[in-house]
Design a protein around this ligand. Structure first.
Ligand code: C5P
Length: 290
């Protein structure tokens, strides 16, 4: 009798950037950020199984997701082997619920979950700090998913500080079928070079008890750049503002938009209204507090 190969499985949540301040451009072309980020209860599921040989393989239940080394989960597995000298193979299976290319961090989250699971499966024993360093090599948004559920992310994304008091709100998500390429959005930010005054992080956190008050304090420095790169997104945000009288914010470099609410019912009413008026796909999610 042979032992069944163990499969390790975990949720891989999406995120939204509640605030995103670009504080400068770095010599390596990346940008320095300060961003208040929350995980949300929209999750992919990642499973890892020991490989029959030393290859890293990946399958995914959603079309259009690459299964080669351009997939961040595969890159994460390879980075973990490079960092530890592990030689084992693995099979990674992704069950996708998070739309790709939306600024919801699905690929980065899958990479972080893969790192955690393979560190266990391969018994590579990296400490949380060492795992976070490997995560930063894989992508700017990967380390934040090793922490959380609510964090302030700084630098290129490698400095992550957990929030002491969690924000327990709901969000209506707008998921237009538009794609903003992250490098193009940052390039547009470089061209626009605007530095509007923004509320301090402490003031934003002080307003986090009420969704309406918090929405007035939230900002995303990449928003103007993303709307310039994808004018249809600018049309959509204007349309939503016209029909609901409410603003929506962009997450990351887009193209998903969100508005926060105190309860699920209010989020659902807004999502229904926007869905009917714009035919854009919507969803309702809770901000993760644990
Ligand atoms: O690190 P990641 O692969 O997510 O970055 C994708 C692209 O986004 C980079 O090539 C860069 O153009 C831009 N970027 C940036 N500054 C960051 C994060 C991303 O300029 N902090």
């Amino acid at each position: 009798m042979t032992d069944q190969a163990p499969t390790l499985t975990a949720d891989s949540p999406a995120k939204i950037n509640l605030t995103l301040r670009v504080t400068g451009r770095r010599p390596d072309g990346f940008h320095e950020l300060e961003s208040l980020v929350t995980q949300i209860n929209l999750c992919d599921i990642v499973s890892v199984t020991p490989g029959a040989d030393d290859r890293i393989t990946l399958t995914c239940d959603a079309p259009g997701i690459p299964s080669d080394a351009t997939n961040l989960a595969v890159r994460a597995a390879e980075a973990l082997r490079a960092a530890t000298g592990a030689r084992a193979g693995a099979h990674i299976a992704l069950r996708k619920r998070i739309p790709a290319g939306a600024g919801l961090g699905g690929g980065s989250s899958n990479a972080a979950t893969t790192l955690r699971l393979l560190n266990e499966l391969w018994k590579t024993g990296l400490s949380p700090a060492a795992l976070s360093e490997v995560a930063a090599q894989v992508g700017s948004d990967v380390p934040l998913f090793l922490h959380g559920p609510q964090v302030v992310m700084r630098g290129r994304g490698e400095r992550v500080e957990e929030l002491a008091h969690h924000i327990a709100l709901w969000a209506a998500l707008l998921l237009p079928e538009l794609h903003c390429a992250t490098p193009a959005v940052y390039a547009a930010w470089d061209r626009l070079a605007t530095h509007p005054p923004r509320p301090a992080l402490a003031d934003v956190l002080a307003g986090a008890g009420s969704a309406a008050r918090l929405m007035d304090l939230l900002f995303n420095d990449l928003e103007e750049a993303a709307l310039a790169v994808e004018p249809k997104l600018a049309d959509l945000t204007r349309h939503v503002q016209d029909v609901t009288g409410s603003t929506v914010r962009l997450t990351g470099s887009g193209a998903a938009l969100f508005r926060l609410f105190d309860d699920a019912q209010a989020a659902a009413r807004f999502a229904l209204r926007v869905g009917m008026e714009t035919a854009v796909r919507t969803d309702i999610v809770a901000l993760r507090t644990r």
